[in-house]
Design a protein around this ligand. Structure first.
Ligand SMILES: [Zn+2]
Length: 630
């Protein structure tokens, strides 16, 4: 794994630049990202390009031995552009346009914004497309972040109407698909189809889901325009987009897969700890599609500034985060950022050096990490090759949107259902690949769909193909409940697979009772499905009850998990319940399950067992591994 830093020469005096890049290189960094917020410095006035300073910065970085990742600046358009074309401002749901002065304040549909972004990409690639120091490109930054995919401007409304019309064809079909008879929501003409504005209570989930799909599509199509321009002028370089890892504003799979490589932020303090970090790293690899290639484009280097508490980062933590990224198969990790700014919105965000330019602990640990990674790459490169896992976990942004729109329990998200399953697998010492429901599912021994909320014939077909190929398929709570328009199925659940399962879901509960899972006494989690068996005990393929609910409530003794042949259903949602139920199922499929442990990740890499301890902040290997000695 290569290491690098995000660098903002336009925010610092030029007299500092040479020293900056030489120190990066001396610390063992080999990549530097720049340019992605520098639009106003690159185009200070309409039609007036100033690329000379950027050329000097790129030359300096290249001379210092750094590979440049050059960003297009569309995330931070200049004030003059917004002032001369106020229609490019993003309009929020309350009708107020976003002001200049921050970032991601533009409408993803606005033609002038799209054309201006393309113009900048063209200018950069014409000048630097063949520069030997430019090793990769980044388009935009964190698309969708700050809820910037959805826009309520007139251009978006017109485009949305056209998008819906193209998808459904006839109004009668739309009314039927969305079930608009509810609350007199029928559309009598296309003009009546409006963006989901604030009303007395929530808008129709079908409309909201369509709007999420449309908004993501608009962002992705804008990125594709820039990607095509860069690809045409800078052959042989990876063209990445950096997505804010925990966002669901855009479908990151649609963003990354066309490039065959993903890039994400990794700010472990922005999510709840190392298990969430592990999940999001694997999700990034999955978002790239079959290549599984991913970078961490922004890695937390110390305390950050944008969460509620921004806690301290103890010694050893930055190194441990680096190892976690490497062991999850990241190809590169760039720290954000090299040096904190004296001005602007992120002054409390640490960098690798301090405001006064002296080495911060992040830089010292980055240098150690760089030495260790080099030593391992020389002596045991197989340690850094992430093997294909035997377990696949399904993830889809459409399902995430549907659950966000109608969560049934405040605060419950798709991640809060999928991540515990990933955590359970990791606690048992195993890797998991994260796939999409459109992927071929036949290459894994076990396929787990923890929250495959939406049902389609294509999704069912792929699950059946996995079973036919010999996989064990395990569904989680609220799987195959609604159709692709977010309307409830009127067949026994899980929709399309209840007959195969020989059982069905009788209650889908937002769980507030003290319910546990037996065997064991793990809490069942915030969502619980209760199952009932449909086939007789002497059926040629009987149902095996794997777990029941316990605790002092009416649910005690009811079925929490069951299996019939190669299809299983787990109604509980906590990581503890999943690891209890999963362990025997995985052992039954020949997987080397370890006793469950929390706070420690255990990897099998090239015949070597590696233990990354997130509490002690140590990494140990068997046979002996001491990267620190390198
Ligand atoms: Zn708009």
């Amino acid at each position: 794994m290569k290491l690098g830093a995000c660098w903002y020469p336009e925010q610092h005096p030029e007299s500092r630049w040479g020293d900056d890049v030489r120190r990066m290189s001396a610390a063992g960094l080999t990549l530097v990202r720049l340019g992605e917020f520098a639009w106003a410095a690159l185009e200070p006035a309409p039609g007036e390009m100033d690329l000379a300073w950027l050329a000097r910065a790129i030359d300096m970085a290249a001379e210092a031995g750094l590979g440049v990742v050059l960003g297009t600046p569309s995330a931070a358009p200049p004030r003059w552009l917004i002032r001369s074309h106020p229609e490019i401002r993003l309009v929020d749901v309350d009708g107020s346009p976003r002001a200049a002065g921050s970032r991601r304040m533009t409408c993803p549909t606005a033609p002038v914004y799209r054309e201006s972004s393309a113009r900048m990409a063209r200018a950069l690639v014409e000048r630097f497309g063949h520069h030997p120091g430019v090793v990769a490109w980044q388009i935009d930054n964190e698309p969708g972040n700050h809820d910037s995919a959805r826009c309520w401007c007139p251009a978006c409304e017109t485009a949305f109407r056209a998008w819906v019309a193209a998808r459904y064809g006839e109004l009668a079909r739309l009314n039927d698909a969305w079930g608009t008879a509810f609350w007199s929501g029928q559309y009598g003409s296309w003009d009546e189809l409006e963006l989901p504005r604030r009303s007395s209570t929530v808008q129709s989930p079908s409309l909201l889901l369509a709007h999420r799909r449309f908004a993501s599509h608009q962002v992705v199509s804008g990125l594709a325009e820039q990607r095509a321009i860069i690809a045409a002028g800078s052959a042989g370089r990876d063209i990445l987009v950096n997505t804010y890892w925990d966002d669901t504003f855009v479908d990151a799979r649609d963003v990354h897969e066309p490039a065959g490589i993903a890039a994400i932020d990794a700010y472990p303090h922005g999510v709840d700890g190392p298990e969430a970090n592990a999940y999001l790293l694997d999700l990034a690899r999955g978002s790239a599609g079959p290549s599984g290639r991913a970078w961490v484009m922004e890695q937390q280097p110390g305390p950050i500034n944008w969460t509620a508490l921004n806690p301290p980062v103890p010694p050893g933590q930055v190194r441990a985060w680096g190892w976690q990224a490497a062991l999850h198969g990241m190809e590169a990790s760039l720290f954000f950022s090299w040096r904190p700014t004296r001005s602007g919105q992120e002054q409390y965000h640490s960098g690798l050096v301090r405001h006064d330019g002296t080495d911060d602990r992040g830089l010292i640990e980055a240098a150690v990490l760089a030495r260790e990674l080099r030593a391992v790459a020389d002596s045991a490169p197989e340690m850094l090759a992430r093997p294909r896992a035997r377990i696949a976990i399904l993830h889809a942004y459409e399902d995430a949107w549907a659950i966000e729109i109608d969560p049934h329990q405040a605060g419950l998200t798709h991640r809060s259902l999928v991540q515990p399953v990933h955590a359970a697998v990791h606690r048992l010492g195993l890797d998991a690949d994260i796939l999409g429901p459109r992927d071929d599912l036949t290459g894994h021994t076990v396929v787990i769909a923890p929250a495959l909320h939406l049902m389609s014939e294509d999704r069912l077909r792929r699950l059946r193909e996995a079973i036919a190929a010999g996989a064990l398929v395990i569904l989680g709570p609220r799987s195959l409940v609604k159709d692709l328009d977010d309307c409830w199925l009127e067949t026994p659940l899980p929709g399309g697979l209840a007959a195969t399962l020989g059982a069905h879901v009788v209650e889908s509960l937002s769980q507030t009772l003290p319910v546990t899972v037996v065997p064991g006494d793990a809490a069942a989690g915030p969502w619980t499905d209760v199952l009932e068996v449909d086939v007789a005990d002497d059926d040629p393929e009987p149902v095996e009850v794997l777990a029941r609910y316990g605790g002092p409530s009416y649910l005690a003794g009811s079925i929490a998990a069951l299996r019939r042949g190669d299809l299983a259903y787990v109604g509980a949602s906590s990581a503890e319940a999943w690891s209890t139920i999963l362990a025997p199922l995985l052992i039954g499929r020949g997987l080397a399950v370890l006793p469950a442990r929390v706070g420690v990740e255990r990897f099998e890499r090239g015949g070597r067992r590696i233990v990354l301890d997130h509490v002690a902040l140590t990494i140990k290997g068997s046979p002996e591994l001491d990267p620190g000695a390198a």
